[in-house]
Design a protein around this ligand. Structure first.
Ligand code: C5P
Length: 224
């Protein structure tokens, strides 16, 4: 069903968390298995696209037929994404850490008896989705973001679409009771400037297939 849908297209996908070092042995991270992003990269490859997957640290294998670049931090992820452009489609499924420690300690922080806990000074990380959505040169024709929310899903997704400047937001409910985090299934809503399309709960693989078919449809015929 996917065969040939993205023939001749270049696709960049981000997936997984980022790790932001505190010192040589500790980091800040988001919770993300990479399953949804990796499944999208694999589906895009099966649809005939030349796919670059930029992945943070995950415990799952590189998808078949995909050029996978492994990164650790948000800044490395942004560099790798920009290095993979130009592309027809960018799909940002990574759970990027919003902040990173100001300065990475060269040595392991030591517990100081009686001194209490150290303070962590944080700075904002670059927003990869917003950055590539606003590129003057080499903005991909179609930029897709994800919105993992625990409440007011559609409202937050609409705001995110506007703020980030992307073309489509895939909104999913990640309330702890739903089992989406690290799980095999997902319930998503496709939010664009023109409306909302809700899909029934299904596997992350099926969400990936349907999303790839959907974006191929939005892009139209190769060369169009
Ligand atoms: O703002 P929020 O993190 O909820 O937005 C989620 C979307 O933005 C996802 O598509 C995620 O991959 C992307 N994002 C990003 N870089 C960041 C933060 C989020 O690409 N620093």
């Amino acid at each position: 069903r996917l065969k040939g849908l993205l023939q001749g297209r270049r696709v960049v996908v981000t997936s997984g968390p980022t790790h932001e070092p505190i010192d040589p042995v500790r980091y800040l991270a988001n919770r993300s298995s990479g399953r949804q992003g990796h499944a999208i990269a694999a589906a895009a490859a099966r649809a005939g696209a030349a796919v670059t997957l930029v992945s943070g640290p995950v415990a799952i294998p590189d998808p078949a037929g995909v050029r996978t670049i492994h990164v650790e931090t948000a800044r490395q992820m942004l560099d790798a994404v920009e290095g993979a452009l130009p592309a027809d489609i960018a799909i940002c499924a990574a759970a990027v850490a919003d902040w990173r420690p100001v300065a990475e300690g060269e040595q392991k922080l030591k517990k100081q008896p009686g001194a209490g806990a150290p303070a962590l000074d944080l700075v904002e990380n670059p927003d990869i989705l917003a950055t590539i959505s606003k590129l003057a040169k080499h903005r991909p024709g179609l930029v897709v973001g994800f919105a993992a929310e625990t409440e007011n899903l559609i409202e937050h997704a609409r705001a995110k679409l506007q703020r980030k400047g992307c073309d489509l937001i895939v909104a999913n409910d990640v309330s702890p009771s739903g089992g989406v985090m690290g799980g095999a299934r997902n319930t998503v809503h496709l939010v664009t400037a023109s409306g909302v399309e809700s899909w029934e709960e299904t596997t992350k693989e099926e969400v990936a297939r349907r999303l790839v078919a959907h974006v191929a449809g939005l892009l139209g015929e190769p060369g169009a």
